[in-house]
Design a protein around this ligand. Structure first.
Ligand SMILES: [Zn+2]
Ligand SMILES: [Zn+2]
Length: 244
């Protein structure tokens, strides 16, 4: 197995340790043909990209790096957050169309856009802390993430079900309907077995990503490969793995 692209890496623009250039160099050294820079959306408390001006700086940096590193495709994306119960995400509209692609991750600790979103966030926080999985909460979470998939051109949902309890089958069906990929995240190999097992029979398509927060981990898909072998995921279902 050899993945050709890593569409999910963090840089110093959120809470990654490396610069965009260091991530690009690491991806090239690993033999990838494409790297995506996807820092956390601005709605993430403490670690999100600092709004429109920061996105502009990232864009300028990437334009410069494309000239300097012509042998690798460098894409600017974002790992957006869901900030309202209707699936609203935290990417400024003036930036959304200029990004090369959009990832969405359902995270805790994001700035809510409404009272309902605040209440949902608090319940998710408490449920995680107390290890509870109330069905009503799962239904609300699923409704929010499915609404986001229907509303935006999302390339992939990152680490589904990792921080927030959702109905994987319902999400997978909406992803199939909308052509959205589901991520096999190499930073959380074993924790994601259940979700991948559940999503497989729906026909959902997958993408492997590193979710690297340091340049050394860019393009490190070892945990994802182990998961793919353990669960017998057909490699034709993973869009960025080449078998030749
Ligand atoms: Zn994430
Ligand atoms: Zn991430």
């Amino acid at each position: 197995m050899q993945a050709t692209a890593d569409y999910h890496t963090h840089s110093v623009y959120s809470h990654g340790k490396g610069s965009i250039e260091e991530n690009v160099q690491a991806a090239f050294a690993r033999g990838l043909t494409t790297i995506g820079i996807t820092d956390h959306g601005p709605g993430h408390f403490f670690i999100g990209v600092g709004g429109v001006s920061a996105f502009r700086r990232m864009q300028e940096e990437i334009v410069r790096l494309r000239v300097k590193y012509p042998l690798i495709e460098i894409l600017l994306g974002v790992e957006a957050n869901i900030v309202d119960v209707d699936g609203t995400i935290d990417v400024p509209l003036e930036i959304m169309d200029e990004l090369d692609f959009l990832l969405v991750g359902y995270h805790k600790l994001v700035r809510p856009r409404s009272l309902a979103a605040l209440l949902l966030g608090v319940q998710n926080f408490l449920a995680g802390w107390l290890h509870l999985r109330p069905l009503r909460l799962r239904r609300q979470n699923t409704a929010a993430i499915c609404a986001a998939v229907r509303r935006y051109p999302i390339k992939a949902i990152t680490h589904p079900g990792l921080q927030i309890d959702i109905d994987t089958v319902a999400l997978a069906h909406v992803c199939v309907e909308q052509g959205t990929l589901m991520e096999i995240n190499s930073s959380y190999g074993k924790e994601l077995d259940g979700y991948v097992k559940t999503a497989l029979p729906t026909g959902a398509m997958f993408v492997v990503n590193s979710d690297a927060h340091t340049p050394a981990r860019v393009g490190d898909f070892s945990a994802a490969y182990e998961l793919i072998e353990r669960l017998d995921v057909p490699v034709e279902r993973v869009i960025n793995i080449s078998t030749t």
